[in-house]
Design a protein around this ligand. Structure first.
Ligand SMILES: [Ca+2]
Ligand SMILES: [Ca+2]
Ligand SMILES: [Ca+2]
Ligand SMILES: [Ca+2]
Length: 424
């Protein structure tokens, strides 16, 4: 299972969610009821992700959230990675990551500055683990630009470790900790997305960049993919890049958006599953805590059951059938299903997206973060999926019928709900 908290992606707008409860035999299951208490709990964080129009690909990815006990008092605190803007108006304060301390009684307090946090780079994901084995949880943030490691110095007071060795300048999209070489120190896998230079990439409006007839941002197709990185923990908050010797660079670079440590073949060594956008997923088998062998195609998770690579975003694993093996759920784009891979005894997977009942409710939705949990407390794992689109223009494309009249329409996006307001 996961060796540490793992980043998930969250959409900054038009978010809806799916909660799929495992089916009962006999009596209907009780319906779990959840209330949104974000505001009441004192959490006022608002994610920044570039312009409303999303003129560039960089602006459309969310940043996820990390729940971890930052101050070591036994309850979960909340860390929000934050994005940024490409052309902020003069005088605009920088968008910063935020840490909310859990005060108990479902009350939280923004303690970002006091905690020594508040990264102002374009953050895309984060993960927490005890990097230096001193008993408290440290924090890694994946950025567009150099990533950053914060060591927890004293009950939730953090200090940036400037020479940690993980300051990868690539566009880090997600990250996870796991002890790949079995030396007792957690190592770090960083999923990197692609090479994005706003000076070189065309702005939305380029006639070559459309979606269902609407002008949208350009990419990811046509942009160079960035290779992922594996960092081996040296102790004391320092790492070394072991991507080449471990085989991470022996595969073609891909548009990675999600990463998960999971021991798929049950040999005691954590393997790494990488969800790639529009490209085959990777499954790195850990060969005796010495190196990885990429076996996604061989084991059945690289493509869907039709042999097609999917636009994968999120990934999670769980023993949803209670058989002692963890199945895998990978979230995908709209007009495609989320992929549910059943784990066989021998480490192979089979695509059960439709037979599991997860295909139909996911087909029209664009899905991001996901995790298993027992929502109705019946002892069986249920599944949460965060849905949301990355193009505001998709609402127009969805609502305006095809045909000649379409070109005469002017549509606006509602400023608060980000939905199609009117077409005149
Ligand atoms: Ca706490
Ligand atoms: Ca620590
Ligand atoms: Ca290690
Ligand atoms: Ca393994």
């Amino acid at each position: 299972m996961h060796a540490a908290l793992v980043c998930v992606k969250r959409r900054p707008f038009a978010v809806e969610w799916s909660l799929l409860v495992t089916a009962f035999a006999g009596a209907p299951p009780p319906s779990p009821l959840f209330l949104d208490v974000t505001e009441r709990a004192g959490i006022g964080f608002v994610h920044t992700g570039g312009s409303r129009e999303k003129d560039y690909l960089l602006e459309v990815n969310g940043a996820g959230v990390v729940l971890f006990d930052a101050d070591g008092d036994g309850d979960l605190d909340v860390y929000f990675p934050n994005g940024s803007t490409l052309d902020p108006p003069r005088g605009t304060p920088l968008a910063r990551d935020a840490l909310y301390q859990n005060l108990g009684g479902l009350r939280f307090k923004d303690v970002t500055a006091a905690a020594g946090l508040g990264d102002a780079r374009w953050s895309c994901g984060a993960s927490a683990s005890d990097v230096d084995n001193d008993g408290d949880l440290d924090l890694f943030v994946a950025n567009y630009g150099p990533d950053v490691l914060y060591l927890n110095r004293d009950h939730g007071r953090f200090e940036e470790r400037a020479d940690s060795g993980v300051e990868d300048p690539r566009w880090g999209s997600s990250c996870a900790f796991g002890d790949v070489n079995a030396d007792g120190l957690v190592d770090l896998y960083v999923a990197n997305y692609l090479e994005f230079d706003p000076v070189k990439v065309h702005r939305r409006g380029d006639p070559a960049c459309t979606y269902k007839g609407e002008p949208v941002f350009c990419g990811p197709g046509g942009l160079p993919a960035s290779p992922d990185s594996l960092f081996i923990n040296l102790g004391g908050g320092r790492f070394r890049d072991a991507s080449v010797e471990w085989g991470v660079r022996s595969v073609a670079p891909a548009y990675a958006l999600g990463v998960l440590f999971v021991d798929v073949n049950r040999d005691g060594y954590p393997d790494v599953l990488v969800a790639n956008d529009t490209m085959p997923n990777y499954l790195f088998l850990n060969e005796g805590a010495r190196r990885f062998l990429e076996a996604g195609l061989y084991l059945g998770v690289a493509y869907n059951e039709y042999g097609v690579p999917q636009a994968s975003m999120g990934v999670t694993a769980g023993d949803a059938r209670g058989v002692g093996r963890e199945d895998i759920l990978i979230t995908n784009y709209e007009d495609d299903v989320n992929s549910y891979y059943l784990a066989a005894e021998n480490g192979f997977f089979s695509d059960a997206s439709w037979s599991s009942g997860l295909g139909e409710p996911s087909y029209k939705r664009l899905a991001w973060g996901t995790f298993f949990f027992d929502a109705d407390l019946d002892g069986r794992l249920d599944l949460f999926v965060a849905n949301g689109h990355l193009m505001p223009q998709a609402a127009i494309a969805a609502f305006v019928p095809e045909g000649p009249a379409r070109t005469a329409k002017t549509c606006t996006i509602h400023p608060s709900r980000k939905r199609l307001q009117q077409c005149l």
